[in-house]
Design a protein around this ligand. Structure first.
Ligand SMILES: [Zn+2]
Length: 435
């Protein structure tokens, strides 16, 4: 580890704190454009993929093509500014994952794998400075340090990485829980650890919440952090009721640390490191797909990267006063939306409608398997399964009639466990049509 790592962290903590004080919405937008131009001149110019767009003319971000995950992965060797061969880097990251040895680092660059939101493999490359910056933001916005007391963090992850171990210090100790192991084997470890902070994806938090309710474990975290998947309002409430502590939601993916909830529970985008363009998906301009440019990532530039998420904007100002865009909710991946009769039905609408009718299930998923075919998998005690099926069937038929204006829908019910450990949990998913 570079001996500059800790000084960098302190530097960034101070920088982010001071910088934030001067932002109003207007000054923020102006400052972002200045940052983008500096970023292009200093870093993008070193990227073989982007340097042709940086000319003598003043920098205009709109001249750079929008990129998606596939194109990004394909051109990764040309995109990075250090001439790193992405196939080699990917191989190293894969080896680390297979051997579960995550101390890989070369030339001060940390490589890591992530499946991101599409389930496809992603690769990130971070320099020491970039890691320090990430840690600084985590310390400022996610985990509250308690001075003079070491806090133990139970961190449920698909893969450990040098990135996450970066936060280990005299204030924090990370304990990595491998989510590919069955939850039953992880619960006793969790009980033994008695973590101060519990950090996991919602599908794992559900299991831990259930275990605590059924008295299989008794842990008393002072903070819960949810990341990697959409946290439904129902699960958030369930966690708050069970553990009686605040739940912090982190919006982070391979493409960067995009947002986090403030003390008022509002999700704010981290607009002091990223510039977000909004591709509206509805005519009311309340929902958009974000196009992300991170003007602080110099090793592996993220420029006009279109994410598959749909975000619903919160038009009311947040009482915390932060001028960063606030998000009512992350609705989910665009491929989570059902498409029926040339119309769409959002997962949040479905989950809310069902929640209003019943909460007797443990979990469920709805998968679209054709133009007019849905498969609903329900994890619930067998004695209430038939009742649940009929309630969900009626709710879905009503929603489809209202939102998609058709009665033609074939719904099949399956009784099964829906959450596979290690798999991302989605309430609604659409599989490529099998016509
Ligand atoms: Zn706020």
């Amino acid at each position: 580890m570079s001996n500059m790592f800790k000084p960098y962290i302190i530097f960034y903590v101070i920088k982010f704190k001071l910088q934030r004080l001067r932002f109003t919405r207007t000054t923020l937008l102006k400052w972002q454009h200045k940052k983008l131009a500096q970023f292009a001149k200093k870093h993008l110019i070193k990227s073989p993929y982007y340097q042709n767009y940086i000319g003598v003319k003043p920098f205009n971000i709109n001249e750079i093509p929008i990129i998606d995950k596939l194109a990004f992965m394909e051109h990764m060797s040309q995109i990075n500014t250090l001439n790193i061969n992405s196939q080699q880097a990917m191989q190293e990251a894969l080896d680390a994952e297979l051997t579960r040895n995550f101390k890989n680092k070369k030339h001060g660059i940390t490589f890591g794998l992530s499946t991101g939101t599409t389930g496809k493999r992603g690769l990130f490359m971070l320099s020491t400075k970039e890691r320090a910056q990430w840690v600084a933001l985590v310390l400022l916005r996610v985990i509250k340090p308690i001075w003079f007391k070491k806090q133990h963090i139970a961190f449920f992850l698909r893969a450990n990485s040098a990135l996450y171990s970066s936060v280990n210090s005299f204030l924090f100790q990370f304990h990595y829980f491998d989510i590919f192991k069955p939850i039953d084997t992880l619960l006793p470890q969790l009980q033994k650890l008695q973590p101060n902070i519990l950090a996991a994806q919602p599908s794992v938090l559900i299991e831990i919440c259930k275990a605590q309710k059924h008295k299989l474990i008794n842990i008393k975290p002072t903070q819960i952090i949810s990341f990697a998947e959409v946290l439904t309002p129902e699960l958030k409430q369930g966690l708050i009721q069970t553990f009686k502590v605040p739940v912090k939601e982190v919006y982070q993916c391979t493409e960067g640390f995009l947002g986090v909830t403030c003390t008022h529970g509002t999700m704010h985008l981290n607009e002091d490191i990223i510039y977000i363009e909004k591709e509206w998906v509805n005519t009311e301009h309340t929902m958009f797909m974000p196009i992300v440019t991170d003007f602080t990532r110099s090793t592996q530039p993220i420029v006009r990267y279109r994410l598959n998420d749909v975000l619903e904007i919160n038009s009311l100002p947040c009482p915390c006063g932060l001028p960063f865009t606030s998000i009512k909710q992350i609705i989910g991946r665009s491929d989570d939306v059902l498409h029926i009769n040339n119309r769409t039905l959002n997962p949040d609408i479905i989950s809310r409608a069902i929640a209003l009718q019943t909460d007797a299930f443990i979990a469920y998923t709805i998968t679209q398997r054709g133009k007019h075919k849905l498969i609903v998998t329900i994890d619930a005690p067998s004695n209430i399964f038939p009742k649940l099926c009929s309630v969900i069937q009626i709710t879905l038929q009503q929603l489809i009639q209202i939102h998609c204006q058709t009665n033609t829908i074939d719904i099949e019910f399956v009784a099964d466990k829906v959450v596979q450990m290690g798999e991302k949990w989605r309430t609604v998913k659409r599989i490529v049509y099998e016509n």
